[in-house]
Design a protein around this ligand. Structure first.
Ligand SMILES: Cc1ncc(COP(=O)(O)O)c(C=O)c1O
Length: 371
């Protein structure tokens, strides 16, 4: 439901730039599928990974096409066990989802019904929209000056509300910034009663391990903490729709009734294969993205354009003007960039692409910026 709403917003954004077929009626009922952006557009808008699935995952998916004939419920146990092993957890501490979106939505449904969803702004707002669309309360406080989550304020709000679900995205989307280990430690130690902390680690593998520690250790310690992860980002498998959440079993049991799909067999087998390559794939891809983001930041610096120091596969650039027309103009010139993220309406979120895509981005960005 909420994905479609976001899709509609994004479609509206693209349509305004003349990239959609005239058959898509934005005033009519929601479309059943996304209308394509023109093929030659450089896609730097959705924090996908241009490296795509690793070869082992592609092979597993191709080889599995005949398996789509049958249900594959008997394969979920093995997948959970593999994830649990990779995170030093027990399988009963793992919940699979159709992308991490499904797990995040289930957490919102389970823990932010009579109590509010408490988070910062700007954040990954799909769950904020879900909570609002259900007519429930959202409490948002601004990010800190260094773009981290203000953990003490989040805890204060939870105390005021008598509990709730605190959502913390680390690294944060859309700012690509980090909340420090010590702040997260403080929040876990001082979590108010009836409060669950959801740490969304969709982008954690882009960060150098020396810079941030996963909150998974709090799951191992049986704290009131849920950690979500996805195969959509570093593994380059957004269309495979494979994600998971980890928490102590009683939290996961409360979320289970709100899951209503299963990862398709191709996604599941592809993700299993990718997970098998984790130890080599993650450091190699991280190094590649660090290089590409370093080059972009160096270029921005030379041009005297401010940006938030990035820690993921996207960079938030301060363009000093309304991002909507700017993005629309870039799209007209063949480069799709992130939508507006209120209240940061003068900042442009750019996903890192290949070297060729980034060269095209710099060219078009500079034309629009200086034009
Ligand atoms: C912070 C964050 N969390 C979760 C997701 C959802 O990813 P998926 O449902 O593909 O796992 C995204 C997608 O962009 C994201 O940016």
């Amino acid at each position: 439901m909420i994905t479609r709403r976001r899709l509609m917003q994004d479609l509206g954004y693209l349509a305004a730039a003349g990239q959609l077929s005239s058959k898509v009626s934005l005033a009519g009922p929601p479309p059943q599928s996304s209308a394509p952006i023109q093929d030659d557009v450089v896609r730097l808008d959705a924090n996908e990974n241009p490296l795509g699935p690793p070869p082992s995952a592609i092979k597993a998916m191709v080889d599995s096409v005949p398996a789509t004939a049958r249900y594959h419920f008997d394969e979920f146990g093995k997948f959970k066990e593999a994830i649990a092993r990779s995170e030093s957890l027990r399988p009963e501490q793992v919940l699979l989802g159709v992308g991490s979106t499904e797990v995040i939505d289930a957490a919102v449904s389970a823990f932010a019904s009579s109590k509010p969803l408490i988070t910062a702004t700007a954040t990954y707002d799909i769950l904020v929209e879900l909570e609002r669309s259900l007519g429930r309360r959202v409490v948002q406080v601004p990010l800190t000056e260094t773009w981290g989550y203000p953990v003490r304020k989040l805890a204060e709000e939870a105390v005021k509300a008598g509990g709730g679900l605190i959502y913390l995205c680390n690294p944060n989307n859309p700012t690509s910034s980090l909340t420090s280990n010590s702040d997260i430690e403080w929040l876990v130690t001082n979590l108010p009663p009836h409060t669950v902390l959801l740490v969304d680690e969709a982008y954690i593998h882009f960060v150098q391990p020396t810079e941030i520690e996963s909150a998974m250790k709090y799951v191992r310690e049986d704290k009131n903490v849920i950690v979500t992860r996805t195969f959509s980002k570093i593994y380059g498998m957004a269309g495979a729709r494979a994600g998971f959440g980890c928490a102590k079993p009683d939290l996961l049991h409360a979320m289970e009734p709100f899951l209503d799909n299963v990862i398709p067999v191709l996604g599941l087998r592809g993700a299993m294969a990718a997970l098998g390559e984790r130890d080599t794939l993650i450091p190699a891809r991280r190094a590649e993205f660090v290089r590409i983001s370093g080059e972009l930041c160096h270029w921005l610096h030379k041009k005297n354009i401010r940006y938030i120091e990035p820690h993921a596969n996207f960079v938030m650039i301060d363009i000093g003007r309304d991002v909507r027309p700017f993005g629309q103009e870039m799209l007209r010139r063949g480069v799709a960039v992130g939508r507006p993220f209120p209240p940061l309406t003068q900042m442009l979120r750019v996903t890192l692409g290949t070297d060729a895509e980034m060269a095209r981005f710099r060219e078009v960005f500079w034309q629009v910026y200086s034009g």
